[in-house]
Design a protein around this ligand. Structure first.
Ligand code: AMP
Length: 426
């Protein structure tokens, strides 16, 4: 199937061909006809499936058809609400790209920056508004935005919205929408609270499921390294200097951790930048820009900041910390292997993270390949001997090196020594 088969108008076909798109992705093949018929849609789709175009193209086509001959002031007729600034900017860029020959105007609003630029562009008039929830409600309260004329409403990345605590904001926004509208609801996962929320928004939706519920990106080659917390940086440096060349996105659970990783990499002469919500929007955009155009090869991100990062040819995702929410793992590794490309996801797992690994493997219903051969192995019971040298636990040694019963006792004694030493105040 090619885009022409979907009954798209010429200005959109021209824009898609300028983008180099020839064939619609599965979610586009399934969603575009439903949306062109004006039906509501519940889409369960992973990142990287092409879902932005799946909703942007039909909305642009509807708006273009209806706006022909209408010369009055522009009213916001389509609203896309998405959880993060990066994603909002990216969706706005997509509307600009796919709609560039349609005459439809779009703009984006998000928090963390001054509002003046955003309100100016709203006052000039737009047809499509892409927004994060907080700034949207803020500008609605100040009277810059009315949702009275909304005909198309998209709630994007609904599961992440809930994770980020936006549920009350979403409810407030829904209350202000006209009842007569076409609604679209996208989520990578469909746990019960998401299904309940979708019922509040959608009429009688058509369902599109591109990946079976809660599965991981199949194209991504996944491995896990058991490594002590203190050795993670060394392992990271080792991998970046050997295996993981190319553009690498590293995930850290905390902002502080992300900064620390950048500092440690810099000491090892590896240039990296961090993006997280403590950084200014300008700094985040700059770091993302440098990463996208290849000026920096390593980007360290927290989950929220990384949501929506869309980089062609991302070669590796490295989970420096394993996420405690297993779905987050799926989102993370979905950053590589986008739009059909294959990618590599490497995860570091220390002792405390083993329960997270278990949850992840349960969710994705597969065992992640364990890389045993690496310079900093740790199966969770790494010991410190009297002379300060680390030894591995017996389970990791080849049979020939396995201790006898005696030395096993020895190991236990050493471990006891280690723990008792740790408890002593220094
Ligand atoms: P999304 O899931 O919307 O974030 O899209 C993932 C990536 O796929 C983006 O880089 C899009 O530009 C790209 N993309 C979307 N649709 C197509 C298509 N039909 N052909 C090729 N690339 C596409």
């Amino acid at each position: 199937m090619i885009f022409k088969d979907l009954g798209l108008i010429d200005p959109i076909l021209k824009a898609l061909s300028a983008e180099g798109y020839t064939h619609p992705t599965p979610i586009q093949q399934q969603s575009i006809p439903i949306l062109l018929q004006g039906k509501d849609l519940l889409g369960c789709a992973q990142t990287g499936t092409g879902k932005t175009a799946a909703f942007a193209i039909p909305i642009l086509q509807h708006l273009h058809k209806k706006s022909n001959g209408n010369n009055g002031p522009r009213k916001i007729r389509a609203l896309i609400v998405t959880p993060t600034r990066e994603l909002a900017i990216q969706i706005n860029d997509s509307f600009s790209a796919y709609g560039k020959f349609t005459g439809i105007k779009n703009t984006v609003i998000f928090g963390g920056v001054k509002q003046a630029g955003q309100t100016r562009s709203l006052q000039r008039g737009v047809d499509v508004l892409i927004a994060t929830p907080g700034r949207l409600l803020d500008l609605m309260d100040q009277g810059f935005i009315t949702l009275k004329h909304i005909e198309y409403f998209v709630l994007d990345e609904a599961d992440r919205m809930l994770d980020m605590g936006f549920i009350h904001d979403i409810r407030k926004i829904i209350d202000k929408l006209p009842t007569k509208r076409q609604s679209l609801f996208f989520s990578a996962t469909m746990p019960p609270d998401i299904v309940n929320l979708s019922r509040k928004i959608l009429g009688n939706p058509q369902k599109v499921m591109v990946q079976p519920e809660q599965t991981t990106a199949e194209k991504v080659e996944q491995s896990v390294y058991f490594v002590g917390k203190k050795d993670k940086v060394k392992l990271l440096v080792h991998l970046l200097k050997t295996d993981a060349a190319g553009s690498v996105l590293i995930f850290s659970r905390t902002k502080h951790g992300a900064n620390k990783i950048v500092r440690m990499l810099s000491k090892a002469h590896i240039e990296a930048e961090a993006i997280h919500s403590n950084k200014s929007q300008a700094a985040r955009q700059k770091a993302l820009g440098n990463f996208k155009n290849g000026r920096t090869n390593v980007l360290v991100a927290t989950d929220i900041a990384a949501r929506g990062i869309d980089v062609d040819d991302l070669s590796h995702v490295i989970n420096y910390d394993l996420p405690n929410i297993p779905e987050t793992y799926v989102h993370r590794i979905g950053r590589t292997g986008r739009a059909g490309a294959s990618g590599i996801a490497l995860s570091f797992c220390d002792t405390e993270e083993k329960p997270y690994l278990k949850d992840i493997q349960k969710l994705i219903n597969q065992q992640i390949h364990v890389v045993a051969e690496h310079p900093f192995p740790d199966d969770g019971i790494t010991e410190v001997t009297n002379n300060g040298v680390k030894t591995q636990n017996s389970r990791q040694r080849p049979n020939s090196e396995k201790p006898t019963n005696n030395s096993g006792n020895n190991n236990r004694n050493k471990r006891r020594k280690y723990y008792s030493r740790k408890r002593r105040p220094s």
